[in-house]
Design a protein around this ligand. Structure first.
Ligand SMILES: *Cc1c(COP(=O)(O)O)cnc(C)c1O
Length: 824
């Protein structure tokens, strides 16, 4: 866009937009109105490329990826769109000439928080890479009326506030009523024998229905004129009741349909890595999947007559098990609407759908009670039953008389529909999200499936987009890198390895540390404004930002902070380098222990930050409402990246990659993608500690882990744990944190310290002290930090997407050439 960017015309458009949208002059407009005016001006430009992309797709008829996901954690669009249009600096300059600050305008935009954490952010990074690499793709999701809740901290506790992100409208979205679809729930299935075809017809009757209406959000590729589409579905009531319904006595049903439409897209479930089993959640799943699959088939049929070759033009990637009803919905359409036989329909379906597994944790596995599933989706249930019947026959043929195999692999078993098993049985590909995770899937969690169908299994290590998390989030570092090695890294991250040359260069080290310092000043300012806490940008910034979950072990982190603080108080004579411990995390609204951990972090922060005697050597900061937009600031400013999950539990992690890209050093366990990060950067440039995944798994299988051993034999651990129940951090209340204490030593529900905090505590503490010590050799630290950044090439989502394309989707890139006239 830079070639065609007409600054004067852009200013004119902003002025016109303020007039037309708000009947105001530039002087009178609020910052929010300015944001809207600028966003619409940018959308103008995007629309041309969007139409050009559609035109090329129309002409070339390429195979299309449908990336199906309950979550897209997109964050803000304006700055990212400008970055990808390569117009960021020009627009910043134009606005500055008008007396406005682009950063302030960007801050007016609410995050599109249509996701919880890593899984949803992965989907967003994938869309960025797909568009940048020129692959035709639709993101398919839900237009939640309320996204991830906003987190307020009151008296140290998390309070959830509804996220009314559409309050001022969304300037980038486009409603597409012409593609609306009807989705049906409930009722029963009537079977009718068709004399002509000599086959049964299945007719759903007495159902409730909603109209699914798509909104398209542009996904701008980097500097290539490509614009893909994130299509999110809204629900509208079907208002054909009126007099007609009164006459038929259908008033009750009409009201129910209204309620269904109102409720279905109302809110994102705030659970990360946890299955809650709510009926409305299954409705959400079928709602957006039915609409998306209907549209994918309709789009194919607009161009093609032979439905048997559907899979040559479409492929569905299911992001976790949440979209797995797509298997049965595609079968339903092929059987009931296209009139195919079972074998033909199954062949098409199993060549179309692929599944990504995101976790091995049992509590995250979706298993729907048959009663609920069959009542809500009666026809879909019949189809799943038939899939199960045929699959069990296959298992019996392969393992005659082996009930154990059926118990493990059946799709329907013990009164439940098991979505992961359905996804594996039907998918042509099953992938894990990091090498270690995929190995655990093959050797343990999904061993029986792997033995029966090894060809389906493959690994796709996650990645992140360097466009958002370096080019946009850390402009100082991005410019510095570009000054040294050129800008190819923006679309080819492995090029950043050229920066390794500068790891030994004194001047470069100094420049790197200066940039980090300026980013720390920027974050310190944010913390001062939001938390009222003064933090010293010269201190080590030790950062753990991610969803609050026991397996991620924020509790271990804060316990170690308590231990360090006690040591500092007891040994004032020892040297102690200042550290700022930064946390950011939302807890699921119903996750009591996680919410209590937030309270503990804030209580510890209160005590330590107000202790004048330690001269500010330790500060603890809990950043409220952690989300993509403030994440960008935090990553840029981090020195230490806390990746301390219990080994085997974090399938990949992606904040580990974002932090590495920004030159932070990993303090972590050998879990998820940490293993590959260390492989790339070398163990000497990271701080690794703790049990291995095999050790954890062995303890779990042998039931031989005893946390009380550590409590009884290690006075440091014992004293630290006692501080949870002696009132030190709770104004004398001995009960406030007792649940956390109990969770580590004795529980009613099951084994204590399920996440091996006490086993890893001392090695964690030692590794962290080593990191803080190392920071004091600024030259060495700078070298390791530069090497981390320079070794992050593998972790671009561009690489991940190329691997999906090569091994799974088999897409061809398209090229968009836009008539430059369209910019004038
Ligand atoms: C990257 C990201 C995550 C995922 O973090 P993990 O540490 O990998 O769990 C979660 N939330 C936001 C806002 C992110 O940007």
């Amino acid at each position: 866009m830079d070639k065609h960017f007409d600054k004067e015309r852009f200013k004119e458009t902003v002025r016109d937009n303020v007039r037309n949208l708000f009947r105001k002059t530039l002087k009178e407009a609020t910052q929010q109105q300015l944001f809207q005016a600028v966003a619409y001006a940018v959308k103008d430009v995007i629309i041309d490329n969007w139409m050009a992309t559609q035109q090329v797709m129309d002409e070339e008829d390429p195979k299309i990826l449908y990336y199906m996901s309950m979550e897209f954690l997109m964050g803000r669009a304006l700055g990212n769109n400008l970055i990808n249009l390569t117009a960021y600096k020009e627009v910043k300059e134009a606005l500055s000439e008008m007396g406005f600050d682009l950063n302030v305008i960007e801050d007016q935009e609410p995050d599109a928080a249509l996701g919880n954490g890593g899984l949803g952010r992965l989907a967003a990074c994938f869309l960025d890479s797909l568009a940048t690499l020129g692959y035709p793709a639709y993101g398919c999701g839900i237009r939640y009326r309320y996204g991830m809740f906003r987190q307020k901290i009151e008296n140290g506790y998390q309070v959830e506030v509804p996220d009314d992100w559409l309050r001022n409208g969304n300037p980038f979205e486009l409603k597409r009523p012409e593609y609306a679809k009807i989705v049906r729930f409930g009722g029963y299935v009537r079977v009718e024998y068709d004399e002509q075809t000599h086959s049964n017809r299945f007719i759903q009757e007495n159902y409730q229905s909603v109209r699914a209406v798509p909104y398209d959000i542009p996904v701008v590729g980097y500097n290539n004129n490509m614009v893909n589409t994130l299509r999110v579905w809204d629900a509208e009531a079907i208002n054909d009741f009126q007099l007609d319904s009164f006459d038929k006595g259908d008033y009750q049903k009409a009201v129910e349909q209204e309620n269904l439409a109102r409720n279905i897209v109302e809110v994102l479930y705030p659970n990360d890595n946890h299955y809650a089993g709510k009926e409305l959640r299954l409705k959400q799943q079928y709602f957006f999947i039915s609409a998306s699959v209907q549209e994918a088939v309709a789009k194919y049929k607009r161009k093609h007559n032979d439905i048997h070759k559907f899979y040559e033009k479409a492929t569905f990637q299911m992001n976790d098990t949440h979209p797995t009803v797509a298997v049965a919905e595609l079968m339903r359409i092929l059987l009931d609407e296209e009139g195919l036989g079972w074998d033909e329909a199954w062949e098409i379906t199993t060549k179309t759908v692929a599944y990504t597994n995101h976790t091995i944790m049992a509590e995250a596995l979706e298993k729907w009670p048959i009663e609920l599933f069959s009542r809500l989706l009666p026809r879909i249930y019949q189809i799943v039953e038939e899939i199960n019947r045929r699959f069990i026959a296959q298992v019996q043929q392969r393992y005659p008389g082996n009930q154990d195999k059926i118990a493990k692999m059946a799709v329907i078993y013990d009164g439940q529909v098991r979505m992961a098993n359905l996804a594996i049985v039907a998918g042509y590909s099953v992938n894990g999200v990091a090498k270690l995770h995929t190995e655990i899937l093959k050797k343990q969690t999904l061993k029986d499936f792997y033995e029966m169908m090894p060809e389906k299994f493959n690994n796709k290590t996650n990645g992140i987009t360097q466009r958002r998390f370096l080019l946009h989030g850390n402009q100082l570092l991005a410019d510095w890198v570009t000054d040294h090695i050129g800008d190819e890294w923006i679309t080819d991250l492995p090029q950043i390895a050229k920066m390794k040359l500068y790891a030994d260069d004194q001047k470069a080290r100094q420049e790197f540390m200066n940039i980090k310092y300026q980013n720390k000043v920027r974050l310190a300012k944010y913390i001062k404004e939001h938390n009222g806490i003064d933090v010293d940008p010269r201190s080590v910034f030790d950062v753990q930002v991610k969803r609050l979950h026991e397996y991620k072990r924020q509790l271990m982190n804060i316990l170690d902070v308590m231990y360090l603080y006690r040591e500092l108080k007891e040994h004032p004579e020892r040297p102690f380098y200042p550290v700022t411990f930064i946390f950011g995390a939302k807890a699921a609204a119903g996750y009591r222990r996680a919410k209590l951990t937030i309270k503990l972090i804030n209580s510890v922060a209160d005590v330590i930050n107000n202790d004048q005697s330690i001269n500010g050597k330790i500060k603890v900061v809990f950043i409220e409402d952690y989300r993509v937009s403030n994440a960008e600031l935090i990553f840029a400013a981090a020195d230490i990246s806390e990746q301390i999950s219990t080994a085997s539990k974090e399938a990949s992690g992606t904040s580990n990659m974002k932090l590495m890209l920004n030159g932070a050093l990993t303090l972590g366990t050998m879990d998820g993608a940490n293993v590959e990060i260390v492989q790339e950067v070398g163990e000497e440039n990271a701080f690794i500690f703790g049990l291995s995944s095999q050790e954890v798994i062995d303890h779990e299988n042998n039931h031989d882990y005893d946390p009380t051993y550590y409590f009884n034999n290690d006075p440091d651990i014992r004293t630290t744990l006692m501080e949870l129940i002696n009132g030190k951090y709770s104004g004398g209340d001995m009960e406030l944190f007792r649940e956390l204490y109990d969770s580590l030593l004795t529980t009613k529900e099951g084994p204590a310290d399920q996440y091996f905090i006490l086993a890893d505590f001392k090695s964690y503490d030692a590794a962290r002290k080593k990191a803080i010590e190392y920071y004091q050799s600024q030259g060495d630290w700078a070298k390791s930090a530069i090497l981390n950044m320079a070794s992050s090439g593998k972790f671009s989502s561009d690489r991940t997407i190329q691997e999906y394309v090569r091994d799974i989707w088999k897409l061809e890139p398209i090229k968009i050439t836009v008539d430059p006239e369209s910019f004038e």
